[in-house]
Design a binder for this molecule. Structure first.
Ligand SMILES: Nc1ncnc2c1ncn2[C@@H]1O[C@H](COP(=O)(O)OP(=O)(O)OP(=O)(O)O)[C@@H](O)[C@H]1O
Length: 639
């Protein structure tokens, strides 16, 4: 099987979790639209006023023009009274200019509200992402669902935002129908004079027949359009794969981090081009292109054709009545205009209802995502604010499995942190060290067992309160493309002196002195062309400074010196006591010699804590894991 197909198969298997494609009933579609409108009403109520007013004015404007034009023609073909004619002409001109002005003001207002709503739309998802439990962010089905929502939004505009456009379209159609009815009712009441050879068309059944015919055409046209659009909607699922594919391979060359690999391994030529060539999803031979040339194009053409037929029937009926003497020539303009608008409104209404039905599938995904519950228990206790930093944390028989996995990452961990002491966590790759830290910081809850803070289960504390007692430097920490000071403080306003002293303690002083703008220097160039590029080690020092600035009772450093040069590393160790002061410290490192100064060392192996003690105690056990690791490293350094 070609590689590309394997990739496709993987994605499709993941679609088991995909809710797109689930059939929605008319009732459930309306319920979802109403729910979406309620959300929008809370977020941007002004949109509804602007859409309501501008749609009404936009829909009714043509009718008044139709009515006024009819009066002018009637006068021209009738009495030809100059004063009356002048009155209608002036009224028409004044009305047309005022309407043009009003419509343009209202359109401007509506566009403004629409663009505000568009940015709010993004914020709704952003807020949900931030509110999700951490473990859910890492879950592939949830990531798939989210990326599908975003891609569909950009691919075809479907989703929650679309419901606002439906509201606008429905209001427009409603007033269009209302205006049409009021101007065309008299058409059906107007009688052909007795004795005319066309007198049979006065029969009420004839009017009913014409009405039915017009209604049928007005209904068929949107049905054809909706059926045609369905091809596009169905293709959205496949397009999701195509979009991911194009985004990944198409934008690889835009990624600065990949620039070196791309060149060294000629990835653009060897990987991107062949992959892109394999993907025919958006080419002229794609399914969507074929259906555009075939059934989709045919259905859209039929829909257009129906509109033409509708206009033809209207002309025929109105002209027949006028020819037989039922009304004057001015009324011909009025009736043709009004009826065409009226049934245009009916078609527009049904087209919108059809589009709402198609959008229903995507709303299911949107609400499915927005309704993901927070399963992590949120306690209500506040953590004591203790100046003596007497926070005692204990793991009691804690075991943990990552969501959707069978393998235990941690098993039966019993560990008590001694207040103000330094605990080193060592072990081979994959032994569970980072997982242990993630549980400590409550990014995950234990699958079994409990973690206690001052003898109370950590789940009973308010989440934000609890995580505030930790300063962490994760292995994969991220800095922001913002000024250095803001990065250290994690806030836009901060104590400059404290930020400088933290940078100094983290070994960043020499580099800091070479920065003319000091704390105001932007990191990286994403937001400021004068931003500085920093090395991996420099970034690590800034991340340590950030942890120090937070000044939490616990400081956790996951491989804190991995990217530091020997001088910087020695500098950090020499003043480690000054850096961590009386904080309880957890220190993860692969470099065992750097753990010697810790009060206790916990050795992790295959998810278990297999040894605990000081360096001297552990090294004296020649059968232990620590001795084995120490020797392996010492041997390596001695060679
Ligand atoms: N998000 C995750 N989902 C599923 N399994 C995971 C996840 N993160 C880690 N694991 C698995 O859990 C185990 C422990 O990983 P962990 O990252 O805690 O190890 P570690 O000791 O910190 O390793 P290293 O020294 O390489 O950083 C590993 O088998 C890893 O594959």
């Amino acid at each position: 099987m070609p590689n590309f197909l394997i990739y496709k198969a993987n994605i499709i298997r993941r679609e088991e979790f995909n809710v797109t494609g689930k059939k929605t009933t008319i009732q459930s579609t309306w319920k979802m639209n109403i729910r979406a409108w309620k959300i929008w009403w809370k977020l941007c109520p002004r949109f509804f006023f602007s859409a309501g007013i501008s749609s009404m004015v936009k829909a009714l404007t043509p009718y008044v023009t139709i009515f006024l034009s009819a009066q002018i023609i009637n006068e021209l073909s009738g009495n030809q009274d100059v004063a009356v004619l002048a009155k209608w002409v002036i009224l028409t001109l004044t009305y047309t200019s005022l309407c043009a002005l009003l419509n343009s003001i209202l359109k401007h207002w509506l566009n403004y509200e629409k663009s505000s709503a568009q940015s709010i739309d993004r914020q709704v998802y952003m807020k949900k992402m931030l509110d999700l439990d951490y473990e859910d962010i890492e879950r592939q089905p949830i990531f798939d669902l989210y990326s599908q929502i975003i891609q569909t939004k950009y691919w075809s505009g479907w989703g929650i935002y679309k419901t606002l456009l439906f509201f606008e379209e429905l209001v427009t159609a409603f007033f269009q129908i209302l205006g049409g009815i009021s101007l065309s009712v008299s058409l059906f009441a107007a009688k052909v004079p007795k004795g005319s050879e066309l007198e049979p068309i006065n029969h009420p059944l004839f009017a009913v027949g014409i009405l039915m015919l017009l209604l049928l055409i007005a209904v068929l046209s949107p049905i054809c359009k909706t059926m045609g659009d369905k091809y596009m909607t169905n293709y959205a699922k496949e397009a999701r794969l195509g979009n991911r594919f194009f985004y990944f391979f198409g934008f690889m060359s835009h990624d600065k981090k990949r620039a070196a690999d791309l060149r060294m391994y000629q990835q653009q030529e060897n990987i991107c081009h062949p992959r892109m060539a394999e993907c025919t999803m958006f080419s002229a031979h794609s399914d969507i292109a074929k259906s555009a040339m075939g059934p989709m194009g045919l259905l859209h053409a039929l829909s257009q054709g129906m509109s033409v037929i509708l206009t033809g029937v209207v002309y025929l009926y109105v002209c027949l009545k006028a020819w037989a003497g039922a009304f004057g020539v001015g009324s011909v303009t009025q009736y043709i205009g009004a009826i065409t608008q009226l049934f245009g409104g009916v078609s527009a209404f049904l087209t919108t209802v059809g589009a709402m039905q198609s959008n229903g599938e995507f709303l299911v995904s949107c609400f499915h995502f927005l309704d993901i519950p927070n399963r992590m228990y949120q306690g209500s206790l506040t953590t004591e604010k203790r100046s003596d930093r007497q926070y005692e944390v204990e793991f009691r028989d804690v075991s943990f499995r990552y969501p959707d996995t069978e393998q235990w990452a941690l098993r039966h961990i019993n560990l008590k942190f001694q207040i103000g002491k330094r605990l080193a966590v060592v072990g081979m790759n994959g032994s569970g060290k980072t997982t242990f830290i993630k549980l400590l910081c409550r990014l995950y809850d234990p699958t079994e067992g409990q973690i206690f803070l001052n003898e109370i289960d950590i789940r009973k504390y308010k989440y934000d309160d609890y995580i505030n007692i930790f300063s962490v430097v994760f292995q994969d920490f991220q800095l922001l493309s913002l000024p250095l000071g803001e990065n250290v403080a994690g806030a836009a306003r901060y104590d400059s002196e404290l930020a400088k002293s933290c940078l100094k303690n983290a070994g960043f002083e020499t580099r800091f002195q070479s920065m003319p703008k000091g704390l105001d220097t932007y990191l990286y160039k994403d937001l400021d062309e004068n931003g500085i590029q920093i090395s991996g080690g420099e970034a690590q020092k800034i991340a340590i400074a950030r942890a120090l600035y937070k000044d939490a009772p616990f400081i956790i450093l996951d491989e804190p010196t991995a990217a530091l040069d020997p001088v910087a590393e020695a500098e950090i160790y020499s003043k480690f006591n000054d850096i961590v002061t009386d904080k309880t410290t957890v220190y993860i490192s692969h470099r065992l010699s750097s753990c010697k100064f810790c009060d206790e060392i916990a050795v992790f192996h295959e998810g278990n804590v297999v040894q605990k003690g000081t360096h001297e105690e552990l090294i004296s056990d020649k059968t232990g894991k620590y001795y084995e690791l120490w020797n392996a490293q010492a041997q390596y350094y001695n060679e």
